[in-house]
Design a binder for this molecule. Structure first.
Ligand code: NAP
Length: 282
């Protein structure tokens, strides 16, 4: 029988762990997360509202900074610099994507790495690549590893194929899976990969983060593969992933659903990193 990788259940346990860690820690004030939202993108507004609700539930104070759609790059950077310097703020989250006239790279470069709870600053990425554990791991890759480990899926020595090489998912996930202690053998595919299906059929564990609805079909996997679907799309009013779940699931030993797979764990990663940022300052 196929095992369903239940992200909601794992996330609930992680939220509980973060709440307990905050409650146990003697500290003059609770952790504080600043959330910067530019414009009125409905999906971003929903994500931010969910993150803020979860923060509140575990005892993290969240402070919202709403900036208008037409804010200039200089003004946005000035706001981030002010948050960097604010001793009452432990973590800063700039909700992406930004409107097209703004450079997300410049904003990320400008973040204080010690408050970069999304783990996207070059210093934190570099630490991840070097195997140093005193930075922040980006939330979605961390979520993928938690999802697998907490369902008892062995990663050490396994052949893992990642489809997608983005800076927020594919690349940091590859670095994380290569870490000593995790010890997977990793291959990363992208849009220029020749014969993707031949590669994905070799995977014992396949992680798909391509942003293409139903890219992975049954004929692209081998019997017994573990499949993690990072993709999120709204197709004809329903949420779906990068994997054609109906055809792929019967061939898998385990698979994550969309919704209810990786998504909730991305938020757990954010709460965990905010807890770390706060503790490191105590
Ligand atoms: N669950 C969550 O919390 C969460 C978090 C983040 C993202 N997501 C979702 O995950 C998906 C990926 O996000 P992202 O930000 O990583 O996307 P992205 O920046 O668009 O990157 C997509 C990657 O997939 C590769 N790709 C695209 N089409 C491909 C194909 N036909 N064959 C092989 N590789 C292909 C691209 O290759 P090139 O580099 O060659 O262009 C690129 O490396 C999206 O659906 C996004 O909404 C979910």
């Amino acid at each position: 029988m196929v095992q369903i990788l239940d992200g909601k259940k794992v996330a609930e346990a992680l939220y509980q762990e973060v709440a307990e860690a905050i409650a146990r820690q003697p500290a003059p004030r609770p952790p504080a997360l600043a959330v910067v939202l530019v414009g009125a993108n409905p999906a971003s507004q929903t994500y931010v509202a969910t993150k803020e609700r979860r923060c509140q539930e575990v005892g993290i104070r969240s402070v919202r900074l709403n900036l208008p759609e037409h804010v200039s790059q200089e003004e946005l950077l000035a706001q981030v610099i002010a948050l960097n310097a604010d001793p009452g703020i432990d973590g800063i989250l700039v909700q992406l994507p930004l409107p097209s006239h703004l450079s997300a790279d410049q904003v990320i470069d400008c973040l204080n790495p010690a408050k970069d709870v999304d783990g996207l600053h070059p210093l934190n990425m570099g630490k991840l690549l070097l195997g140093h554990t005193d930075g922040f791991v980006p939330c979605t890759p961390q979520g993928v590893v938690w999802l697998l480990e907490r369902h008892g899926i062995v990663l050490r020595g396994r052949r893992i194929v990642i489809v997608g090489r983005s800076n927020i998912v594919g690349k940091p996930l590859a670095a994380l899976l290569l870490r000593r202690g995790i010890d997977a053998t990793v291959t990363v595919a992208h849009s220029q990969t020749a014969d993707l299906a031949a590669l994905t059929r070799e995977a014992e564990i396949l992680v798909v983060a391509a942003g293409q609805p139903h890219l992975v079909r049954a004929e692209m996997i081998s019997q017994g593969t573990v499949v993690v679907d990072v993709g999120i799309h709204r197709v004809q009013g329903r949420l779906t992933g990068d994997v054609d779940y109906e055809s792929v699931a019967p061939k898998c030993s385990a698979i994550s659903p969309v919704p209810g797979g990786v998504g909730p764990l991305t938020i757990a990663g954010l709460l965990h990193n905010t807890l770390l940022a706060w503790r490191r300052k105590l």
